[in-house]
Design a binder for this molecule. Structure first.
Ligand SMILES: [Zn+2]
Length: 366
């Protein structure tokens, strides 16, 4: 048995507790190792309890007392006095005010606040907390309560938060506030986890089409992929999921896309292309069905041509027709009134000046 260091403040309540524990150990002539044998505690824990620097847990003080046959009531009284003293010195100052729910914005802050709440409400033992929670129909283990109180573990659910706070002896209103705080923090915590998952998925998708060894798409490769989707770049490529200003190879209209989105959803039909095609188709129908301002005879001639489709390349808009007789062909080629009407009608629908080229294929058998 080596000599122990002197107790820092023997006249304090904490010092008196340590003195009593040391006296007990001397009376049974045991080392800390021997003392700790057949107890739930380690020799280090016991030696720390008798050091007089920090307040041991109550169970430790009692276990120590038992191990050397001391009067447990005396140990309890000394321990309570020491705890009151400690709380006056440090605990009370550290947690002068109950933590507020509004100041809590993330999980670590919430955990810290839960620890402080317990101190503020008289630092109930974990066993006592568990009993209180159980009385309210909430099951929770003392080890869970302890890990939460010491920020080793975040509460896994709203119910655990409630059990912990019921255990601290908080009122229903305050508990409801803290449950809300937990909801808020947990939502953010989950959202952050989801963002991480999305980023992982995005990286995987990029790696699938990447040409660089680090799993990234190089600028030339990006331009190539863009071209396959029917677009050309008009702005430098900055990243797989970064906005990119590009030009539609069909309608020639620029838009902001993300390569990640484009590849995921396939070569999306460009909305401008769709609108332009629809405008030409609708105008052609109006023409051939006599809904235009042109003479009826013109509508009748045009209606003998077949509408093949609308072609778009490099911004040019082309109406494709097919004719079966020379007369219709002649009207289409030589009369300009319906062409003006078509340009105006398409321009009106798209709200900008448009020029529609016309290509006619002759299918007449002469
Ligand atoms: Zn387009």
């Amino acid at each position: 048995m080596g000599r122990e260091k002197p107790i820092p403040d023997p006249s304090s309540a904490l010092g008196r507790l340590a003195q009593e524990l040391r006296r007990g150990r001397r009376s049974v002539r045991k080392s800390y190792d021997e003392l700790a044998e057949n107890t739930a505690f380690s020799a280090t824990t016991f030696s720390r309890a008798a050091a007089g620097k920090l307040l041991p847990r109550r169970e430790v003080a009692r276990g120590f007392g038992h191990a050397c046959g001391l009067d447990i009531d005396t140990i309890d009284a000394l321990w309570l006095a020491a705890r009151q003293e400690t709380r006056k010195v440090s605990g009370a100052r550290r947690v002068a005010r109950a933590p507020r729910t509004l100041s809590v914005t993330d999980m670590p802050q919430l955990c810290r606040a839960l620890g402080e709440l317990r101190l503020f409400h008289g630092e109930p033992s974990y066993a006592h907390m568990r009993k209180r929670a159980a009385a309210a129909g909430l099951k929770v283990s003392t080890s869970t309560l302890q890990r939460i109180a010491t920020s080793e573990q975040a509460p896994s659910s709203r119910r655990v938060v409630r059990a912990y706070l019921v255990g601290c002896g908080l009122g229903e209103r305050t508990i409801a506030d803290w449950e809300q705080a937990w909801d808020r923090v947990h939502r953010r915590y989950r959202a952050a986890r989801e963002r991480e998952a999305q980023l992982r998925e995005l990286n995987q998708r990029e790696a699938m089409v990447a040409d660089r060894p680090d799993g990234r798409v190089s600028s030339p490769r990006a331009v190539e992929l863009l071209k396959e989707s029917g677009f050309v770049q008009i702005e430098r490529y900055r990243g797989f999921n970064r906005p990119w200003t590009v030009l539609c190879a069909g309608c020639g209209i620029s838009s902001r896309i993300r390569l990640a989105y484009l590849l995921r959803h396939g070569p999306d039909p460009c909305t401008n292309c769709v609108a332009r095609e629809s405008a030409v188709t609708t105008a052609w129908k109006a023409l051939t069905q006599g809904h235009s301002t042109l003479p009826r005879v013109r509508s009748e001639s045009l209606s003998r041509a077949r509408f093949v489709g609308v072609d778009q390349k490099h911004g040019h808009l082309t109406l494709l027709l097919e004719t079966y007789d020379a007369l219709t062909r002649q009207v289409i080629d030589e009369e300009k009134d319906w062409r003006h009407w078509l340009d105006n009608e398409v321009g009106r629908a798209l709200r900008r000046r448009e020029h529609v080229d016309v290509i006619v294929a002759s299918a007449d058998t002469h």
